[in-house]
Design a binder for this molecule. Structure first.
Ligand code: HEM
Ligand SMILES: *[C@@H]1O[C@H](CO)[C@@H](O)[C@H](O)[C@H]1NC(C)=O
Ligand SMILES: *[C@@H]1O[C@H](CO)[C@@H](O)[C@H](O)[C@H]1NC(C)=O
Length: 488
């Protein structure tokens, strides 16, 4: 008895001490800095468990963040992610104030280590601030405003239908990705990546290789690993891809065309590096997002056959067997409302690039509360949370285009000015929203005209669209088969 008591406590004591020390260490890592502790904090354990399980961003927001904020009537919450505490804005008034004042709220300089920035570069419209951003933005906006390339979208629609052949069960999220990739290629670079027609398109393969490398979960959670355990293979792939864009740029300088890059090249102030970095931005910002929206739209019209029928009747009465045009697409308000509702209910960009103010700031919410933030706090505008606030959007899980439905386009924009945020808001909202909306409207009307579709019986998406895992705040349906039937 004696000897037992003597021997046992020691290892116990040791492991107890070790346990206590690790709990204190973990508690310190997971406790917000003193200057942020007054803000409501989303409980850490459920968050860690969610990251650990690889739960996708939009599900985590709807399951943990929105209910937490709603119970306490808070418009701003602290969320732990990737080694730091970030302030999420969930209140539309704060969202609007923050988006309007780009001088107080510049985009945060992203961490050096992330390979995404090696690919995207730093001298481009999406990351720049101040004078430099104004210069980029002017060039990008004037290129996008030249014309809406509807005829190009129609041409690509026919190419896509060719590949869809007689229909049947098709991997729809893959097809939308190929469509939007060729749409960006054709209209912005004047270059045919041939992604729709060629299933083995080398460009697509290379691009996917790069993105998969960049998005390795371990490196996303611990970006510092890029310094400690560098990945020469991934880096070589990225550099090769960047070189491809450099070649495209050289080619364009020799052969001007009717594309946005040609317009941009007319600006004498931009350097080659700036052109190239903006090309990569257009490429990344332009195709995944639009593809996700197209997948979600087709998904919700498959789940709601009566709405599919109603949209089809509207499309057929507006354009018959003809192609979509700027004019006849104006006669499709219900289809337009379906697209807008798809962009609300499964918004492709879950939250915006972090902002950070160099000065202490005050935020006043529509709940009457004011939140004080110290200088240099990372702040994220959480688009998905605002789209699921049931004070703005009754029955947020319900696909209901009627929310947007008005007799004219003007009615529709009046309903929701600062609550519908798929393209963000303020001076830094998406400069391509018109471009993207017409791309979606063109393909949607052509699909409704020629095809009918349903979800397969064994679809894993039968209850809700299942988005893929993405570290870049993208929520895009993944592995979504749809059964298409040609209309006579
Ligand atoms: C449905 C499709 C799209 C969605 C939902 C979308 C959404 C967004 C959002 C939310 C932002 C703001 C990001 C932030 O400030 O944190 C943004 C910015 C931007 N988007 Fe889009 N976008 C779409 C399509 C496109 C396309 C097709 C292009 C190019 C051809 C494009 C180019 C850009 C650029 C250049 C910016 C940066 C603007 C700036 O910082 O001044 N986007 N987009
Ligand atoms: C939802 O909207 C209401 C009304 O504007 C606001 O008071 C509340 O804070 C919002 N909820 C969240 C989670 O932001
Ligand atoms: C905020 O960040 C800037 C730039 O990194 C730095 O110069 C400044 O001292 C920081 N301010 C505070 C209060 O930490």
């Amino acid at each position: 008895m004696e000897s037992l008591q003597h021997n046992l406590p020691r290892p116990w004591a040791l492991s107890l001490a070790a346990c206590a020390i690790s709990i204190i260490a973990i508690a310190r890592v997971f406790t917000p800095p003193a200057a942020l502790r007054h803000l409501p904090k989303v409980p850490i354990l459920p968050l860690l468990w969610s990251y650990f399980r690889g739960e996708v961003e939009d599900v985590r927001i709807k399951r943990l963040i929105v209910p937490f904020a709603n119970e306490r009537n808070e418009g701003v919450v602290l969320v732990y992610a990737f080694g730091r505490w970030i302030v999420h804005v969930l209140d539309h008034k704060i969202a609007r104030d923050l988006s309007a004042d780009i001088a107080t709220w510049p985009k945060e300089v992203p961490p050096d280590d992330m390979l995404l920035w090696r690919f995207v570069g730093r001298t481009n419209v999406i990351l720049a601030n101040g004078k430099s951003w104004q210069r980029h933005s002017r060039v990008v906006k004037s290129a996008l405003d030249r014309n809406v390339p509807i005829a190009d979208f129609v041409g690509l629609g026919y190419k896509l239908f060719n590949v869809m052949g007689e229909g049947g069960r098709l991997l729809w999220d893959d097809l939308t990705m190929r469509f939007t990739l060729d749409a960006v290629g054709t209209t912005t670079f004047g270059h045919d990546f041939n992604a729709i027609a060629d299933v083995n398109s080398p460009f697509v393969r290379k691009y996917n290789g790069v993105m998969d490398g960049i998005a390795s979960p371990l490196y996303i959670i611990f970006p510092k690993l890029e310094r400690w355990v560098p990945r020469p293979k991934v880096i070589a792939k990225i550099d090769e891809m960047v070189l491809l864009f450099t070649h495209l740029l050289e080619e364009k300088k020799q052969n001007a065309g009717n594309d946005m890059l040609t317009y941009m090249l007319e600006d004498p102030e931009m350097s080659d590096t700036e052109f190239r970095d903006n090309m990569v931005v257009f490429f990344i910002a332009g195709h995944d997002t639009t593809a996700g929206a197209m997948s979600s739209l087709v998904y919700y019209l498959a789940r709601n056959p009566d709405m599919q029928v109603r949209a089809r009747e509207e499309v057929l009465s507006a354009m018959g067997q003809k192609d979509p045009t700027l004019e006849n697409m104006r006669q499709m308000p219900f289809t337009q409302a379906c697209i807008r509702e798809a962009l609300r209910i499964n918004t492709p960009i879950t939250y915006m690039v972090p902002r950070s103010s160099p000065r202490p700031t005050l935020m006043s919410g529509s709940n009457g509360k004011t939140y004080a933030l110290p200088a240099n706090t990372s702040v994220i505008l959480n688009i998905c949370a605002i789209h699921y606030n049931d004070s703005y959007w009754p029955d947020p899980y319900q696909f209901n285009p009627e929310r947007f439905f008005g007799k004219t386009e003007k009615d529709q924009t009046r309903v929701d000015a600062s609550l519908w945020l798929p393209f963000a808001l303020g001076p830094r909202q998406c400069p391509a929203r018109n471009f993207a909306m017409y791309e979606l409207r063109t393909l949607a009307s052509m699909l409704l005209q020629r095809w009918e579709w349903t979800l397969p019986n064994d679809s894993p998406h039968s209850k809700a669209p299942q988005n893929g895992f993405s570290p870049f705040a993208l929520s895009l349906p993944k592995n979504m088969d749809v059964v298409f039937k040609k209309r006579e």
